[in-house]
Design a protein around this ligand. Structure first.
Ligand SMILES: [Zn+2]
Length: 339
């Protein structure tokens, strides 16, 4: 059973661990120790900040670590709980999935109290941390598998009041694009569990890869801070895109299966369109080159919908069924609010 060294009702700043029993060949009584920080001061919202849901996604891990070091109780009103590297074994191994149990943290919800390490962590969030929280921030990027146009994103939740709050918080991140996405690859997602508990859920896809530009780190760190001010936790003034002299964010959605382009066969993937570019249904956005038969014409990847290229596959070597590109069409705030 997962044990924590922190008292979540205590005021002030505490640094500790989530300790998850993990008995292995060279550590019969070992625990996986996942760093966690909580800072509380007076009345206000409780915000749960999560990085490293996937271990190879670093932008959010760094943003959460920096915030955990920098924040002092007088800087906020309410409570913040930060777990910079949620799938800690995966973060240590630079992998998307946990090397201990092969689990994807973002498919492990609602979790199990006596399950594998990943499911135990998911269960603790589902039963202890989500119920404590008003706001859940789960920061992702494309990791080693995808490269995203840096964006905040969300599900189109059915509850209109929850949706309106999530939209406002999504836009408070201040990214050039915001993105409504669909789950085309399984269930058990962390944000879905938090949404089902009625929480204001904020998620991101902040670029990708392991060579992260300074500008993308800034988007992660400034956006997170801005959202924390927006939800009433951190003291400060919300910076809007308008106040920064930027044009409004481009709101997009990819809610249909045809928006998600899967490789029809294996080979070497070549993208032909830059991220963030508008494409039209029927455009060729890339090719799969045949490794074993380079004399054959490559297989074109054809857009099946019109919109902006919001993400592409990062590794060139591609297996049949890998998602190689996603096209998200522009929508208005009014359309999303009324959908
Ligand atoms: Zn992720």
């Amino acid at each position: 059973m997962l044990h924590t060294t922190l008292g979540f009702t205590q005021p002030g700043k505490q640094q500790g661990f989530l300790q998850v029993p993990y008995s292995h060949n060279l550590g019969g009584w070992a625990n996986v120790m996942i760093p966690i920080t909580t800072i509380a001061n007076g009345q206000g919202p409780t915000v749960l900040v999560l990085g490293g849901n996937h271990g190879d996604e670093y932008q959010g891990q760094i943003a959460a670590m920096k915030l955990a070091r920098q924040l002092t109780p007088d800087m906020l009103t309410g409570r913040i709980i930060l777990i910079p590297s949620l799938n800690f074994p995966a973060a240590r191994a630079a992998t998307r999935l946990s090397p201990l149990d092969g689990m994807n943290m973002n498919r492990a919800f609602p979790g199990e109290p006596e399950g594998c390490v990943t499911r135990q962590v998911a269960h603790f969030l589902t039963t202890v941390l989500f119920p404590l929280s008003d706001v859940v921030i789960d920061m992702h990027s494309g990791g080693r598998s995808m490269e995203f146009e840096p964006c905040s994103h969300m599900h189109l939740v059915p509850d209109k009041d929850q949706r309106r709050k999530m939209l406002a918080a999504m836009l408070a991140w201040g990214t050039d694009f915001s993105f409504l996405y669909a789950d085309i690859a399984g269930t058990g997602l962390l944000p879905v569990e938090a949404e089902n508990q009625g929480k204001l859920v904020v998620t991101t896809e902040l670029g990708g890869g392991e060579c992260i530009p300074a500008s993308v780190h800034r988007i992660a760190q400034d956006g997170l801070r801005n959202v924390l001010i927006h939800v009433g936790l951190l003291r400060g003034v919300v910076q809007t895109r308008e106040s920064l002299g930027k044009p409004p964010a481009i709101l997009t959605q990819a809610l249909n299966r045809e928006d998600y382009l899967l490789a029809p066969e294996s080979g070497i993937f070549e993208i032909c369109v830059d991220l963030g570019t508008a494409v039209v249904k029927g455009d060729i956005v890339g090719y799969i080159h045949h490794l074993e038969r380079p004399d054959r014409d490559p297989e074109p990847i054809v857009a099946r919908s019109s919109g902006f290229l919001i993400t592409i596959r990062a590794p060139c070597l591609t297996q049949q069924g890998d998602c190689v590109a996603v096209i998200a069409k522009q929508v208005s705030l009014a359309e999303i609010e009324s959908a």
